[in-house]
Design a protein around this ligand. Structure first.
Ligand SMILES: Cc1cc2nc3c(=O)[nH]c(=O)nc-3n(C[C@H](O)[C@H](O)[C@H](O)COP(=O)(O)OP(=O)(O)OC[C@H]3O[C@@H](n4cnc5c(N)ncnc54)[C@H](O)[C@@H]3O)c2cc1C
Length: 473
């Protein structure tokens, strides 16, 4: 075997091995697995393994892909050809009391592992909503964590990273050293030209009290409720995460059916602060039509994590997409946005499917980093099913509802995207140019896989711009 002279502390699995299929996709969250076949999978146990893996790939002309938590919906880690380096073993955490910085391996689960570890120490990091998401892919693409609206994109809290480069060197990257890679790591997502072995993250003091407001509305009230929310969300204090969800929910009459939940999670210094920050929800003009209202009930992150796990069952099949929604803050603009997103919330064909609208307003200025495209509101819709025969129907539903939303779509977030199906803008054009330059200098031989996309030539462009270019005047 060509690799006989390289020994690993972990294990190199080849297609001829009995557990090849498990090695290829066993750690993938989405039960809708791709057919793509790498040449080998390396389960790395040490940083040295990763460095040797990159050098071995160079010898064989293999392109390297990386897996941390395995949660990419479109399974970016599993590519045709090349070496898949699985970092599942890198989940150790260390907290420095003097600096408030926690450092963690890329497969650390943001909610299941990092959050409880920090809570025990009176600290907090706004990791992903679903507790099992790995911090690796999450942070590289920006990271829409708890109360991202107020506390910023999780990538904004990355103070340094340790990276294995295309040459197999291990380097520290921060604002002063290798600052190009540090810049790229905060938003480039699955085209980052290196392998992050460790993230060093600024933490914040743990909030004092979490209060949770939930209003449940019938779907036919969608337009009225969302018109109010679009007019109100800018004024709700920024310690509140504001999410509207279309989901099946247990109701007070003992039934369970799809409803629109308008929710506010108020992260307060104390109970009074958290309660007061949620007061704006009571001004909803159709609150008297709510099926139920839960007003600022005491809550915990553990409860929220359990809820997220129920909503996202592991190894079920998912087809999803997302959009940054944009429009004028006028009655006409709001009406267009509400109508644009309405089918996402009212017509999901799967029983367990759901859609989210998440406030990002008032929009914060972003620091200089690769992540650079967001608007006042984010939407994503998910079909959730077990029978692969449902794929075609669910795919066409997702495509149709996002085509309907196109007139109010500014672009997409990498985290819920699948560029093999639909390519949109995800970064400011100048950041995209800068990122391409960094990739060219850091990975000139193309050692690492780039975005998994239908067309590499039209990345970061909304597809309809290409389909209907503006007329030349
Ligand atoms: C149930 C569920 C809930 C989610 N909730 C949220 C949410 O609340 N907020 C949010 O922002 N996103 C969310 N996501 C999206 C998720 O954050 C992304 O799919 C993310 O890429 C997952 O990271 P991972 O490490 O688990 O995935 P992986 O599939 O392991 O990684 C994805 C890709 O990122 C790159 N990558 C990962 N680690 C490294 C590394 N160490 N070095 C270099 N490149 C690397 C690779 O290209 C890799 O293929 C959710 C996804 C799921 C399935």
């Amino acid at each position: 075997m060509m690799t006989a002279d390289v020994t690993f502390n972990g294990r190199l699995v080849l297609p001829s091995d009995l557990d090849w299929e498990e090695a290829r996709v066993g750690r993938v969250f989405n039960g809708r697995r791709p057919d793509r076949q790498p040449d080998a999978v390396l389960f790395a146990a040490t940083v040295d393994d990763v460095q040797k893996g990159v050098r071995l790939a160079k010898e064989h002309g293999w392109i390297v892909s990386v897996r941390s938590g395995g949660h990419a919906w479109a399974v970016w880690s599993v590519r045709d050809g090349g070496l898949l380096i699985d970092l599942g073993a890198f989940r150790d955490m260390a907290y420095d009391e003097d600096t408030g910085i926690v450092s963690a391996g890329p497969a650390t689960k943001g909610g299941d592992e990092l959050s409880p570890y920090l809570e025990e120490r009176g600290r907090f990091f706004n990791g992903g909503h679903c507790p099992s998401v790995g911090i690796g892919g999450f942070l590289l693409q920006g990271g829409q964590g708890w109360n991202q609206r107020g506390w910023g994109w999780a990538a904004e809290s990355v103070v340094a990273i340790d990276v294995v480069t295309a040459d197999g060197e291990l380097i520290r990257c921060d604002a002063e050293h290798n600052s190009d890679l540090y810049w790229a790591s905060r938003g480039s997502g699955p085209t980052f030209p290196g392998i992050v072995m460790r993230f060093h993250l600024a933490t914040r003091p743990l909030f004092g009290h979490l209060a949770h407001t939930v209003h449940a509305y019938e779907l036919e009230d969608f337009a009225e409720v969302m018109t109010w929310l679009y007019g109100a969300h800018h004024r709700i204090p920024d310690n509140v995460e504001i999410v509207a969800i279309s989901t099946p929910a247990p109701l007070p009459d003992g039934t369970e059916r799809r409803v629109l939940l308008v929710t506010g999670a108020g992260f307060g210094d104390d109970e009074d602060h958290a309660r007061a920050s949620l007061a704006g929800f009571n001004a909803c003009p159709v609150i008297d039509r709510a099926i139920f209202v839960q007003d600022a009930a005491p809550s915990t992150l553990a409860e929220h994590r359990a809820q997220q796990e129920m909503q996202n069952p592991e190894h079920w099949q998912y087809v999803c997409d997302n959009a940054w929604i944009d429009g004028e803050n006028t009655p006409e603009g709001i009406a267009a946005m509400v109508e644009g997103i309405r089918p996402l919330f009212t017509t999901n064909p799967t029983e367990r499917g759901f859609a989210i609208w998440m406030s990002n307003a008032p929009r914060r200025d972003l620091p200089d980093m690769a992540f650079s495209l967001h608007t006042d509101a984010y939407v994503a819709a998910y079909t959730v099913y077990e029978d692969p025969a449902e794929y075609a129907r669910n795919r066409s539903w997702v495509d149709a509802v996002f085509a309907h939303a196109q007139p109010v779509t500014a672009g997409q977030y990498l985290g819920d995207s699948d560029m093999t199906n639909r390519q949109l803008q995800f970064m400011a054009p100048e950041n995209w140019e800068k990122l391409k330059g960094i990739i060219a200098s850091r990975d000139p031989e193309g050692r690492f896989h780039r975005y998994l996309a239908a067309d590499q030539e039209t990345l970061n462009i909304n597809h309809w711009v290409l389909e209907h270019p503006a007329p030349v005047s």
